[in-house]
Design a protein around this ligand. Structure first.
Ligand SMILES: Cc1cc2nc3c(=O)[nH]c(=O)nc-3n(C[C@H](O)[C@H](O)[C@H](O)COP(=O)(O)OP(=O)(O)OC[C@H]3O[C@@H](n4cnc5c(N)ncnc54)[C@H](O)[C@@H]3O)c2cc1C
Length: 383
């Protein structure tokens, strides 16, 4: 039987069956799945606003995965976060900007009347006895289950080499058009680095991209490892070909700033100079580090999960979003991690005594209930 949520007179005691931390694509998506599964007593909290990570993308950055209104033939729009939903249909945009997608999440939240509390930064999560205690500036929220959907974008990877603090991380760029300078050094050549180089080149700038591997040379079809088709297409753009130089197998050792000039030194000892702050496109640490104490750690540093995406050591603690890993499977795109929303919702709903048979059948029919990972190789269509 679901228990009642609510606050005491002082407004600082609340209890929910489920609290979802994060109102991004994962948090909103799993909330819709919870609602469909019959769970009623839940709350979504976000330190900022709905879709705030998407809202802070550089203005020019677009989704690399295309949206297409393919739902009518049972193929869910790649950027959809819920059964029957199609951003292509509602927004009429194939490659949404971050701003577009944040607006889309807001409209879904309004449509489904999701219980969301914004501007609530969760400072710590601990489990005492049966309940999780989620501490925020205004008090504590208590929950029987917590779904961590804090994402990656707000936890950028800022270090890794000497002088990295002199660089500008892509997550701190408001717009490529507003950046001063005409010659850019970009550290990292996966999606964010190529995106930066593309926009800078389009604005008539030169850019040099350094990557310790060779993302544009990967043979795998898995977009979690290789560059997306969208980026390959961009790299064939005339301005990109004219203005961008890419350096594969080139690890950066340090960045220094002397006499108004930045000097990037590679592990091989080669120096590259620019008057402009180098751009750090080396990705994200992932918000799962914030809840690392509630999960066992895999060898690769990602949380170890049960088949329901629950912690293997703290029952009731779930993970949703791009940090989900099972064996070698990386769920870092929406079309991948959304397939696990139904799994988490079903696990929680059934623990609350709700009948989930129809829910599971409906989600399975939309490809939103991936419980068999055995088919998921790099060429697998579902993963
Ligand atoms: C440049 C770029 C391009 C991308 N392109 C694509 C693409 O084309 N297709 C695709 O599928 N994926 C793409 N991705 C990945 C996609 O954006 C992420 O998978 C997605 O944002 C993850 O959603 P999320 O809900 O897990 O995290 P977020 O969208 O980051 O949401 C997490 C939310 O949690 C909140 N939060 C975090 N910590 C706390 C806390 N302690 N207390 C309260 N609230 C908290 C944040 O405010 C935020 O709103 C791209 C990513 C980037 C950076």
């Amino acid at each position: 039987m679901a228990s009642k949520g609510g606050a005491d007179g002082a407004g600082n005691f609340e209890h929910y069956d489920v609290v979802i931390v994060g109102a991004g694509a994962a948090g909103i998506g799993v909330a819709i799945a919870l609602q469909h599964s019959g769970v009623e007593n839940y709350l979504i909290v976000d330190r900022e606003t709905i879709g705030s990570s998407f809202r802070s993308w550089p203005a020019e950055t677009r989704f690399i995965t295309p949206s297409f209104p393919s739902n009518s033939i049972g193929m869910l729009d790649l950027n959809s976060i819920g059964v029957g939903i199609s951003p292509a249909f509602t927004m009429r945009i194939e490659h949404p900007t971050g701003q577009d997608f944040a607006d889309h999440l807001q409209s879904l939240s309004d449509y489904f009347e999701l219980p969301i509390r914004e501007k609530t930064d969760i400072l710590s999560i601990e489990k005492h006895g049966e309940f999780f205690h989620l501490e925020h500036e205004g008090g504590k929220i208590f929950a029987e289950n917590v779904i961590w959907a804090g994402g990656e974008y707000q936890y950028p990877s800022l270090g890794g080499f000497q002088g990295s603090e002199l660089c500008l991380h892509t997550s701190n760029i408001g717009s490529y058009q507003e950046l001063e300078g005409d010659d850019f050094l970009i550290i990292g050549g996966y999606e964010s680095g190529i995106d930066a180089a593309y926009h800078l080149a389009n604005n008539g700038n030169n850019a040099r991209v350094f990557d310790m591997n060779c993302p544009w040379g990967e043979k795998t079809s898995d977009p979690s490892v290789a560059l997306s088709t969208y980026s390959f297409e961009r790299m064939r753009n005339e301005k990109f070909e004219d203005n961008v130089k890419i350096y594969s197998e080139t690890a950066v050792k340090s960045v220094a700033y002397n006499d108004g000039m930045y000097c990037l030194t590679t592990e091989a000892g080669q120096d590259f100079h620019s008057k402009t702050k180098p751009i750090l496109a080396n990705g994200f640490n992932g918000g799962h580090k914030f809840v690392a104490h509630l999960f066992e750690e895999r060898e690769d540093g990602f949380p170890s999960l049960t088949e329901n995406d629950e912690s293997t050591i703290v029952p009731g603690m779930f993970l949703c979003g791009p940090s989900v890993r099972h064996d070698g499977h990386i769920f870092c795109f929406i079309f991948k991690y959304r397939q696990r929303f139904g799994i988490v919702a079903q696990a929680i709903a059934s623990s609350l005594g709700l009948d989930t048979e129809d829910f599971v059948a409906a989600y399975r029919s939309w490809g939103m209930y991936l419980d068999d990972l055995s088919c998921c190789g790099q060429e697998c269509l579902t993963c």
